[in-house]
Design a binder for this molecule. Structure first.
Ligand SMILES: Nc1nc2c(c(=O)[nH]1)N[C@H]1C(S)=C(S)[C@@H](COP(=O)(O)O)O[C@H]1N2
Ligand SMILES: [Mo]
Length: 193
């Protein structure tokens, strides 16, 4: 296995930007906690919907991670705080047939991940960034943070996780971008896409 990337923190083809840009398609959904919930559905033994209060009562952790956009900027050393998806998986218990997760956002954006991506302990549903509550442009009330993937997988304004057996392409995956999206192998585009 090629471990050359462990020598360098910056994935190939990326440049470092000092400030985290704001990147998304469409408009920032209106920031409201009215009726906000977080839903886990599809191929699960225990599907569940968390209210805001229930979400805030879940075990939390803080991580420091780099963000790598497929458009080639990287922002290093972001401090995220939130609920690890790994903790949630023990509660919602994906069925053995569940292989993929389609992550849904307010506003219609979505992204596809493999279930095992959510097992990593540094994957968070974050509601704080660098010691402050998340701002609306960065995903308030909550966003997914998947440090080991291009940041198109770090879905802002996240509202639901849908567990499926077959791959269901999200916003960028249906436009030719990679499901795997590993920055360190520059896996930007789907094969043949
Ligand atoms: N809901 C939503 N989340 C999204 C996107 C989007 O268009 N909509 N864009 C993704 C992309 S491509 C990037 S690079 C990051 C940017 O995060 P930032 O705006 O906090 O820097 O958000 C990701 N999450
Ligand atoms: Mo991006």
């Amino acid at each position: 296995m090629d471990r050359s990337h462990e020598k360098g923190r910056l994935p190939p083809g990326q440049y470092v930007t000092g400030r985290l840009p704001v990147v998304h398609v469409g408009m920032i959904p209106p920031a409201s906690l009215d009726g906000w919930d977080l839903r886990f559905f599809g191929l699960l033994m225990s599907p569940v919907t968390f209210t805001r209060e229930e979400f805030l009562a879940l075990p939390r952790r803080e991580i420091t991670a780099d963000l790598h956009c497929v458009s080639t900027f990287s922002c290093l050393g972001l401090r995220w705080e939130g609920v690890p998806t790994r903790v949630l998986l023990t509660r919602i218990r994906p069925s053995p047939s569940a292989r993929y997760v389609l992550v849904h956002a307010d506003g219609g954006y979505s992204a596809t991940l493999a279930v095992e991506d959510l097992q990593r302990e540094d994957v968070l549903i974050a509601d704080r960034l660098d010691g402050e509550p998340l701002s609306p442009e960065h995903g308030y009330p909550a966003r997914l943070v998947v440090p080991h993937k291009y940041s198109m997988k770090s879905v802002k304004w996240v509202r639901a996780f849908e567990f499926t057996e077959d791959l269901r392409p999200g916003f960028w995956e249906s436009r030719g971008y990679s499901v795997n999206a590993d920055p360190f192998t520059e896996d930007r585009f789907a094969p043949g896409g």
